[in-house]
Design a protein around this ligand. Sequence first.
Ligand code: 5GP
Ligand code: ZN
Length: 110
Amino acid sequence: MDCIFCKIANKEINSEIVSEDDNFVVFKDINPKAPVHLLIVPKIHIGPVNSLVLKDKETISGIILKAKEIAEKVGVAENGYRLIFNVGKDAGMEVNHLHLHLLAGKPLQF
Ligand code: 5GP
Ligand code: ZN
């Protein structure tokens, strides 16, 4: 499948990986919107939020728990952070593989 996040998860494309386990890879966004801008990505290909089904529930809970773990690991848990799922064109979604943005490192404005 021609999916950029599958290629990052498979190491076919380089990225700045900050954490990895059997299920998720976490790497720095190439175009950061905040001092800390990480992407939490399941290693298996799952589509965006509007395509999720009940059998994806472990991935859905796991991605949020991973975000919490990573926020602690990179030292932003105390000051706070924002988690974002972009869905569809009005949200500016570019990549059709489920991913959770973690933004932090300064007071964030909408
Ligand atoms: P979306 O808008 O789909 O929610 O977010 C996709 C994000 O992936 C964007 O913030 C974009 O900067 C990031 N991105 C796209 N291609 C690459 C890449 O090849 N490497 C990395 N590290 N980030 C990427
Ligand atoms: Zn994919």
